[in-house]
Design a protein around this ligand. Structure first.
Ligand code: ADP
Ligand code: MG
Length: 248
């Protein structure tokens, strides 16, 4: 099946996911168009990380379908490496290699996985470090960087694979308040450049400002979604309202 940009770049349809007898996703559907930014919010344990992990096939699914650029992600024949080149992911734990510099961390996957020429990779890595506003930190080791700076290196590392879609799972949740903003600015820059982004976040101000669409999940279902204005100002579901009253 060929994919064109008038179709969703990521299409999640009636996805069901269980761990043993625990049903974590009970029929979740979301369509994302190229260049869109969507935020998924909801209480802890509602299945947000599980959904994110299903999108790049780190989790399998028991029902429904997920396509990226028209290809079924859970098709056994699909090359998972090709999928993960297309879909970058950044987690709460940045897990940089501690004995490699920022630049080396960003260069590693394109060198090892894509087997691209070193000079090209280095040039791109330097540009990416600049893009995440860390110029001058190329030769710093992770231990010499703040949490927010390390997370930005992790974002650059993910971008080095030239993904079409970026997944962010609570990437600022473990950071000191003063470094949260610099990471959010980096994501905002990416969004402004047209990167398709799927974010799980508790940063409501950021979600309101950057998201095209917000989805609220509770107990494995999407109970409410909408554009930020309607979502934040006119939420109607009692679970959404209660959640928002606690976080806003
Ligand atoms: P959220 O990200 O919204 O906090 P998660 O997707 O991490 O929620 O988890 C949803 C539910 O799935 C939780 O009850 C969690 O304990 C369970 N869960 C997540 N991953 C696993 C796993 N690998 N094995 C068993 N249960 C899991
Ligand atoms: Mg989570």
């Amino acid at each position: 099946m060929s994919w064109s940009e008038d179709k969703p770049i990521v299409s999640i349809k009636d996805v069901k996911k269980s761990f043993g007898s625990l049903e974590v996703l009970k029929g979740v559907s979301i369509d994302i168009m190229k260049g869109e930014v969507i935020c998924i919010i909801g209480p802890s344990g509602s299945g947000k990380s599980t959904l994110i992990r299903c999108i790049n096939a780190l989790n399998d699914i028991q029902g429904g379908s997920i396509t990226v650029e028209g290809r079924e992600v859970h098709d056994e024949e699909l090359d998972k490496l090709e999928l993960r080149k297309k879909v970058g992911m950044v987690f709460q734990q940045y897990n940089l290699f501690p004995h490699k510099t920022a630049l080396q961390n960003v260069m590693m996957a394109p060198l090892k996985v894509l087997k691209e020429p070193k000079a090209d990779v280095e040039k791109r890595a330097r540009a990416l470090i600049k893009k995440v506003r860390l110029e001058g930190k190329e030769n710093s080791y992770p231990g010499e960087l703040s949490g927010g700076q390390q997370q930005r290196v992790a974002i650059a590392r993910s971008l080095a694979m030239r993904p079409d879609v970026m997944l962010f799972d609570e990437v600022t949740a473990a950071l000191d308040p003063e470094t949260v903003k610099e990471v959010l600015v980096t994501i905002k820059d990416l969004a402004a450049e047209g990167m398709t982004c799927i974010l799980v976040t508790h940063e409501m101000g950021f979600a309101r400002e950057v998201a095209d669409h917000i989805y609220f999940t509770d107990k494995g279902v999407i109970v409410e979604h909408g554009a930020p204005e309607e979502f934040f100002d006119k939420a109607s579901d009692p679970r959404t309202k209660e959640f928002l009253s606690q976080v806003l």
